[in-house]
Design a protein around this ligand. Structure first.
Ligand SMILES: *[C@@H]1O[C@H](CO)[C@@H](O)[C@H](O)[C@H]1NC(C)=O
Ligand SMILES: *[C@@H]1O[C@H](CO)[C@@H](O)[C@H](O)[C@H]1NC(C)=O
Ligand SMILES: CC(=O)N[C@H]1CO[C@H](CO)[C@@H](O)[C@@H]1O
Length: 411
C-alpha cells in the first residue's frame, strides 16, 4: 500500500512539475518566442513562384562558383567578384553556423571574377580566380572592396583555425572558436593578384560575418553574428537575439565594439550611398540603419521586413538589395545537402523615399519584393544578391550553392 501511495504521490508531483514547466514555457513562448518562431518558421507567409516576376534567369555552374558566400559588383569596371569555397568545406568549417570541423576545410577558398558584360562562347563570363601572395590558407566569408588611391583594396574575413600562440599547436575550435581575422589586400590588376597588406586581429572581432568599409577608406564596420566564439549556448542568438557591431581602423589595426543595440544575429552590412550603415539581422527580420557620428554609432532608423534576412548590398542608385530566407526549414535542408536541394529564395529592394514625402520611422523607406522562387527552379539557395542598374540584371549567389544565377529583367 505504502509503496503504491508513494508512487502515486511521486507521480502527482511529477505531473505537477510537468504542468508548471508547460505553463512556464507557454508563457515564455507567448512573451518572447512567438514572434521569433513566427518569423523563423514563416507562419502564414505566402511564398510566390518565380513566374510571378518579370525576370529571365539562368544558372551558371562551375567548381570555381561553389559556395560563394558573398559577391561584390564593380559597377564601373564591370566585374563581379565572389568569395567562394567548395561546398564540402562550407558544410564542415563555417564558424557562423557553429560548424567547426577543421579537417573538412578544402583550403581552396578564393576570389572568383566574372566579366559581366562578356559572356563568351562558353557562357562563363571569362570566369577566373585571383592569384594571391598570401602565405597560408584563406577561409573566406564576407568581404568589401574600396578604391584607395589608384588601387582596389579588398578587406576579407578570414576564419583561421585557432593555434596556440606560444607553441603553434592547433587548438580545438569547438572550445575556443575560430581565430577570425580581417585580411587587407591590394589588387594588382595587371597581374590579377591580391597582394597582402596586413592582418587585423582583435578581441573585438568575435564572430565576424560581413564587413563594410567607411567613407574614408580606413575605418570599417564588422558584424559579429554571435556573442561568443564558441560554447554550448552560442546559438541562442537565433532565438533570443544578440551579436554586435565592431568598428576597426585599417591603419592602426585597432578595433572596438561600436554597439549591440538592436542586434539579432547581425548578418549583412553595407555602407549606403547616403553614408549610413545598413545592417540586416537574420533573427529579427529587421534592417537597422546607423550613423557613425561624433556621439558614436547611433541607430537612426529601423526597417522591418518580417522575413529572416541574409546579406545586403547596395546598387548604383543607392537602393539596398537584401536576400531573404522565406523558408528556413528548406534552407537548412539545402545547407545540409547542397548538391541535391535548392531552397526557396527571395530578394527585396529597400528604397529611401524622397525626403519631401518622407514621414517618420519606417515610412522613410519603401520595401519591394523584386523576385522570389518558391520552388527553387532558377535561383540558388540565395544568401546574397547584387543589382546591376546599367543592364537591369540581378546576380545571385549562395554560400550553400554550387552555382550562381543571373536574371535579366524583361518588360
Ligand atoms: C570532418 O571532416 C572530415 C573530412 O571531410 C570527415 O572525414 C569527418 O568525418 C568529419 N568529422 C566530423 C565529426 O563530422
Ligand atoms: C590568431 O591570428 C593572429 C594573427 O596571425 C595571431 O597573432 C594569433 O596568435 C592567433 N591566435 C590564435 C588563438 O590562433
Ligand atoms: C557575408 C555573408 O555571406 N554572410 C552570410 C550570408 O548568409 C549566410 C546564410 O545565412 C550566412 O551563413 C553568412 O554568414
Amino acid at each position: 500500500m505504502a509503496r503504491v501511495n508513494g508512487t502515486s504521490n511521486h507521480g502527482n508531483r511529477r505531473l505537477l512539475s510537468l504542468a508548471t514547466a508547460v505553463l512556464i514555457s507557454a508563457i515564455a513562448y507567448r512573451i518572447y518566442l512567438h514572434d521569433t518562431f513566427a518569423l523563423i518558421f514563416g507562419f502564414g507567409r505566402v511564398i510566390q513562384p518565380i513566374e510571378d516576376f518579370p525576370w529571365d534567369c539562368k544558372r551558371i555552374q562551375h567548381p570555381l562558383l561553389e559556395g560563394c558566400e558573398d559577391i561584390w559588383l564593380d559597377h564601373n569596371n564591370r566585374k563581379l567578384y565572389g568569395a567562394c569555397t567548395s561546398l564540402t568545406s562550407r558544410t564542415g568549417w563555417n564558424p557562423s553556423g557553429s560548424l567547426f570541423n577543421v579537417s573538412a576545410r578544402s583550403r581552396t577558398d578564393h576570389i572568383s571574377v566574372l566579366n559581366i558584360d562578356e559572356p563568351g562562347p562558353d557562357g562563363l563570363y571569362g570566369l577566373h580566380q585571383l592569384k594571391t601572395d598570401y602565405l597560408g590558407d584563406l577561409d573566406l566569408h564576407g568581404f568589401d572592396v574600396s578604391r584607395v588611391g589608384d588601387r582596389q583594396r579588398f578587406w576579407l574575413i578570414n576564419h583561421r583555425p585557432p593555434v596556440d600562440p606560444a607553441t603553434g599547436e592547433p587548438l580545438d575550435p569547438r572550445k575556443v572558436g575560430a581565430n577570425s581575422t580581417v585580411e587587407i589586400f591590394n589588387l594588382d590588376a595587371p597581374s590579377n593578384t591580391l597582394v597582402h597588406v596586413k592582418t587585423i586581429a582583435s578581441e573585438a572581432i568575435i564572430s565576424p560575418n560581413n564587413i563594410a568599409v567607411d567613407n574614408d577608406g580606413v575605418g570599417f564596420l564588422v558584424t559579429n553574428d554571435h556573442e561568443e566564439k564558441a560554447g554550448m549556448f552560442r546559438d541562442r542568438v537565433i532565438f533570443f537575439g544578440g551579436g554586435s557591431l565592431t568598428y576597426c581602423r585599417s591603419d592602426t589595426g585597432r578595433c572596438e565594439m561600436a554597439t549591440n543595440e538592436g542586434c539579432s544575429f547581425p548578418n549583412g552590412v553595407v555602407r549606403g550611398r547616403d553614408g549610413l550603415f545598413y545592417v540586416s539581422h537574420s533573427a529579427s527580420g529587421v534592417i537597422t540603419v546607423h550613423e557613425n557620428s561624433d556621439d558614436g554609432f547611433v541607430e537612426v532608423d529601423k526597417i522591418p521586413l518580417d522575413v529572416p534576412l541574409d546579406n545586403i548590398t547596395v546598387d548604383k542608385e543607392g537602393n539596398i538589395v537584401v536576400a531573404a530566407i522565406p523558408h528556413s526549414v528548406g534552407f537548412m535542408q539545402a545547407a545540409d545537402d547542397p548538391y541535391n536541394r535548392v531552397a526557396a529564395a527571395s530578394v527585396f529592394m529597400v528604397r529611401k523615399r524622397d525626403q519631401k514625402h518622407a514621414g517618420l520611422g519606417e515610412n522613410n523607406y519603401e520595401v519591394i519584393k523584386v523576385i522570389e522562387d518558391r520552388d527553387g527552379k532558377f535561383l540558388p539557395t540565395t544568401t546574397v544578391a547584387v543589382h546591376d542598374v546599367q543592364t537591369n540584371r540581378l546576380f545571385l549567389a549562395g554560400g550553400f550553392s554550387p552555382f550562381l544565377s543571373i536574371c535579366q529583367r524583361g518588360s
